[in-house]
Design a binder for this molecule. Sequence first.
Ligand code: CP
Length: 307
Amino acid sequence: MTDLLSVDDLGPSGIEEMLTLSESFLGVTRRDIPKVPALRGKTVVSLFYEDSTRTRLSFETAAKRLSADTMNFSVASSAVRKGESLRDTAQTIEAMGVDAVIVRHQCAGAPHRIASWIDASVINAGDGRHEHPTQALLDLLTLRRHRGPSLSGLRVAIVGDIRHSRVARSNVKALDAVGAQVLLVGPPTLMPESIEGWPVTVHDDLDDVLAEVDVVYLLRIQRERQFEALFPSLREYTARYGLSATRAARLKPDTLIMHPGPMNRGIEVAAEVADGPASIVVEQVANGVAVRMAVLWSLLGSGGTIA
Ligand code: CP
């Protein structure tokens, strides 16, 4: 594997290997000095055309903990603002001698195009509404830390704006690959145009499924993607699909609450639920560093030792 563009690049065995490797890197992140020389001499660049807090910083942290050199590309202060194309930008960056390019872009397929233009490894850090594979890996790792190595049969409700969600697309593939059952929950207008062939069941009433699921995975309402045209109002969305304290009280005692972030507190999740004992949102972020160390090491480590 030279690139990670989709969960499909891994398949069930690749996901298993990546999670096992991530567990090793979790051990590294807990050392007094959480740093190994595994990628010394390698250079990793973040090429983010869209805003990010978690993904950008955790990739940067992961690269630094592997002793790679890092470069950050900011669209706002780059030649993109003078009209430089995606291809010219990617090839310009590669010409400086980088080994991996981490790409976030508002257009689905942008990382795939870049991978066809350059020899450096390309990692998809979220492309439009298409995929976000490292988010799915860190979510699986977080679930495994709570539920053990087998997630087979786990019932996971992904709730909200599925239509615009790359997180949902990658998670459906990854959860299916490990044998979990996925329930997509939301209004019909926020479901994808076609879910034919998706290994999921679809539900438009959150209250119907609350008591039977092991995980509630809330998605962010993406107001920037014309949400208002698809649902009467935020208030009505919250009334029907928001995880309020009242709804959370109907979950099984061991049901876990997840969210990829950033959260809209008071809309898809009540603040007291987001901060409550069932929420593992902060753990998701922490585990993201180990997962991204595993991905970088797998692509650039050339079979070396972690140390
Ligand atoms: N989950 C996620 O992708 O968050 P960021 O947009 O902050 O990277």
